[in-house]
Design a binder for this molecule. Structure first.
Ligand SMILES: [Zn+2]
Length: 104
């Protein structure tokens, strides 16, 4: 069976609700979602020895956890734009399912 894809994504304020085509529903807290931002700046980049270099350490504020918009990227991910202007995070559906697992 193909990997599940969202049939509906709704921002309900403090959570992002994702309805999957296999019938599952996830309620992802926005704060957790932002803290799990998969972009290189938030995750840090690794050098050849595996040492992690963090990007500019911008403190997260209340606005960092407010979702402005979301849109599908290709057939595999969701791009989320936050109220502090950050929109580098491309959340693969696999990542969203993992966050959903951790939220249960
Ligand atoms: Zn990020």
């Amino acid at each position: 069976m193909a990997s599940p894809v969202p049939t509906n994504v709704v921002d309900v304020g403090k959570e992002l609700v994702i309805v999957w085509d296999d019938g599952r529903e996830d309620y992802l807290p926005l704060e957790k979602l932002r803290r799990e931002c998969p972009c290189a700046m938030c995750r840090g980049e690794r050098d050849l020895l595996g040492k992690v270099y963090r990007g500019p350490n911008r403190p997260l504020t209340e606005r960092s956890f407010q979702l402005v918009s979301h849109r599908p990227v290709g057939a595999y991910a969701l791009q989320i734009r936050w109220a502090d202007g950050h929109d580098d995070g491309i959340y693969s559906y696999e990542t969203l399912r993992r966050i959903g697992d951790e939220t249960r």
